[in-house]
Design a binder for this molecule. Structure first.
Ligand code: ADP
Ligand code: MG
Length: 690
């Protein structure tokens, strides 16, 4: 039997079970060996009843001779008598009445639990149990071990998976080849791949499991990092971008357009961008900056660098409203300059859009602002050198592929992605492995940090009476609820609106905003809010992204315990953009300890980078990444922060490795290269690299 043999050739696997395996993605023996347990159970050594130790977990098997349901109410329990080699063991399951449908006299059971004395005999309370089926060959008496638990399905139990793996493991292991050289492994204290799989499926200790997981985690991280570096090396030699010119003169001219001094953080990012854009290969940079850190002018700087070199630039926003907002800001800053700026949105008539498209193709327009449709709609450009994507969490390989050729024959524009929800840099490198990361630390001077208060729902009137006094002073407010119309006792957008309109905000102009409204309705409403025609907006989280209403100074978030750290921070960023001090009220129902930790984190700091680290600590990277990667888990084994050292090691090694061997084409790298292609060839677009 080979690793490539179909799963149906495995012993004990008939056509039906083969289908069940296939449904789990396990099509051959190799994949079966790759099926990793998600946890392990301690199994005690099996013994006779007489040899069981009081108060220590033990196991025994025997025949059930009697069962009954006893007691009433909360004392209801299921009892059974097990006879094991002539000895009696009493079993009891509290609240276990449902077991009367599962456990019957005559059955053979294997049970595990802590025995105690009861009368003259022994009893196990709430033991784990397993039916020993008559039709199957009864397994040997078990010795103490760590039993792997696999994620099965309705048609395939963890036990069944385990039993097939057990049967093929000895034959499969010797066939597993290691893609890492022995000396390399030893220097890094990584065990051999073959050993790792043995330890994973048949561990003798927790240490073995850890060593095995460490090896497999490292492989995941190294393969991704190698892929990323390989792609870069290839890009540097094969893909061209317009190299922009830059000089003190250009720098001065651009800065003259901006009515304030850049902050240190902005200057640092501008320097990195300017250096990127002078290169003849496409930049791929993520700019992380807190809400209000001033990313727009940094984007403008990059765009003006393109214009100064006679190229074009595009700014893409997630909504039309944001695109309009950017257009407003940018045209104002560029008034009187010799730069042609256009806004291209769905609100334009077909004729207007056609005219803009024509001028984009001829090169008449220098800067264009729009939504993400700008690129996806196959708009043609004369020479697009810089693309800035605003407030986007994810700008993947596909979107980047759409940029190819937009800068002229075989030329790809530079891409700059801006996000207002920072994630720790280390994590950014793992998620967006092939991006460079810049951070805009700090806010423009004179900005007053938003005051954040945690309150209970009992303080509702108190909070909104205060909000009202500030609305009277012509400030504006957001109120956020987790749902539009919720079931049960959850307060939602509708009930909140009514309660506010009839209560503390009576006579104020209150509007609702939520995701079930059409996009243009939503944007129209936000426009009215920005124009001061609405005092308070009651909304779901649709207001989350990038809208700048300087006069909105207060945000009250109801059921704050239901939101994540990043989300709360984003929402809070909607206020405090003008000269007046912003207020963020988190109204929370008695939270769980975890929710409380989240809320306290948000109250304790307004620094998005610090919060990102906190968030990572609280939720772990799976969740943090998950929120961004629309649920696709990047790693099966690697965990953070536990494996952070491995990540750093893998990054360093991959950089060195690819510098030595950019295409991994030495004969002894074949296996490594093959595995890399299999894992990331498609997602990293390496297929056309090699
Ligand atoms: P964000 O990073 O959230 O996109 P914006 O670019 O919208 O932030 O900037 C927020 C506000 O700060 C804008 O009104 C902008 O004009 C202002 N701003 C940006 N940079 C500076 C600066 N260096 N000094 C003073 N004000 C600034
Ligand atoms: Mg912005």
């Amino acid at each position: 039997m080979l690793l490539t043999s179909p799963i149906r050739f495995a012993p004990g696997v008939g056509p039906r079970r083969a289908d069940a395996f296939t449904a789990l993605g396990v099509t051959n023996i190799g994949r079966l060996i790759h099926t990793l347990p998600f946890r392990y159970e301690d199994e005690a050594a099996e013994s006779g009843v007489r040899e069981l130790d009081l108060g220590r977990t033990g196991a025994a098997r025997g025949e059930v001779t009697a069962t009954r349901v006893a007691g009433a109410g909360r004392k209801r329990r299921f009892e059974a008598v097990l006879i094991s080699e002539g000895e009696r063991l009493d079993l009891v399951w509290f609240n276990g009445a449902y077991l009367q449908k599962k456990i019957h006299p005559g059955m053979r059971l294997l049970v595990q639990g802590k025995p105690r004395t009861r009368g003259a005999g022994l009893q196990m309370a709430n033991p784990d149990w397993e039916i020993l089926h008559e039709d199957a060959e009864e397994p040997e008496r078990q010795s103490a071990r760590l039993r792997p638990i696999y994620a099965g399905s309705a048609d395939l139990t963890t036990r069944q998976i385990e039993s097939v793996i057990e049967k093929v493991l000895d034959e499969a292991l010797p066939q597993i080849e290691d893609h890492l050289p022995e000396t390399y492994r030893q220097e890094r204290e990584l065990i051999e791949l073959r050993d790792a799989y043995r330890c994973i499926h048949r561990p003798h200790s927790r240490e073995e499991i850890n060593a095995a997981r460490r090896r497999l985690a490292f492989d995941e991280l190294l393969l991704l990092q190698l892929g990323v570096h390989m792609k870069r090396a290839w890009m540097r030699t094969h893909v061209q971008a317009p190299a922009l010119t830059w000089s003190d003169e250009i720098d001065k001219r651009i800065r003259k357009r901006i009515p304030f001094e850049f902050t240190e953080g902005q200057n640092a990012s501008v320097a990195e961008i300017a250096s990127d854009l002078q290169d003849a290969w496409p930049a791929n940079r993520l700019i992380q900056g807190d809400v209000g850190s001033g990313k727009t002018v940094v984007a403008l700087y990059a765009m003006l660098m393109a214009a100064a070199s006679g190229h074009q630039a595009a700014l893409m926003a997630p909504t039309e409203l944001l695109a309009e907002q950017h257009y407003g800001t940018i045209t104002e800053l560029l008034e009187g300059a010799d730069v042609e700026v256009a806004l291209r949105t769905g609100a334009l008539s077909a004729a207007e859009r056609a005219s803009i498209d024509k001028r984009l193709e001829s090169g008449d327009i220098d800067l264009v602002i729009g939504t993400h449709a700008l690129i996806s709609e196959n708009t043609r450009f004369h020479s697009l050198a810089v693309v800035v994507i605003d407030e986007q969490h994810r700008f993947g390989v596909e979107q980047r592929a759409a940029l190819r050729g937009k800068a002229g024959d075989n030329m790809t524009p530079h891409a700059i992605v801006m996000t207002a929800t920072p994630i720790p840099r280390t994590l950014a490198y793992t998620v967006f492995g092939d991006l460079d990361v810049s951070e805009i630390k700090g806010l423009p001077p004179g900005r007053m940090p938003v005051v954040t208060r945690l309150v209970t729902p009992e303080q509702f009137d108190e909070v909104f009476d205060y909000v009202r006094t500030r609305l009277d002073g012509d400030e504006q407010a957001y109120v956020v609820a987790p749902a539009i119309d919720a079931e049960g006792d959850l307060r939602d957008v509708r009930t909140l609106t009514t309660r506010l309109e009839e209560g503390p905000l009576k006579g104020k102009r209150v509007a609702t905003l939520h995701g079930r409204m059409r996009r243009d309705e939503r944007e129209h409403l936000m426009g009215r809010f920005r124009a001061g025609l609405i005092d308070a907006i009651v909304a779901t989280t649709v207001i989350e992204v990038g809208v700048d209403v300087p006069n909105a100074t207060m945000i009250v978030i109801d059921h704050a315990e239901r939101f994540g750290v990043a989300q709360l921070h984003q929402l809070r960023g909607r206020v405090g953009r003008g000269g007046r001090r912003g207020l963020c009220v988190l109204m929370a129902e008695a939270p769980s300890p975890e929710a409380e930790e989240r809320l306290n984190a948000v109250v304790s700091t307004t620094d998005g980078f610090a919060l990102a680290e906190k968030d990572l600590e609280i939720r772990g990277p799976g969740e943090v990444i998950g929120a961004r990667q629309s649920g696709e888990a990047p790693f099966r084994v690697a965990e953070f922060p536990k494996h952070m050292d491995l990540l750093m090691l893998a990054r360093r090694d991959a950089a060195e490795w690819i510098a030595q061997s950019p295409m991994l084409d030495h004969p002894d790298e074949q296996l490594l290269r093959q595995r890399l292609m299999k894992a990331h060839g498609k997602s990293l677009g390496l297929v056309d690299v090699a």
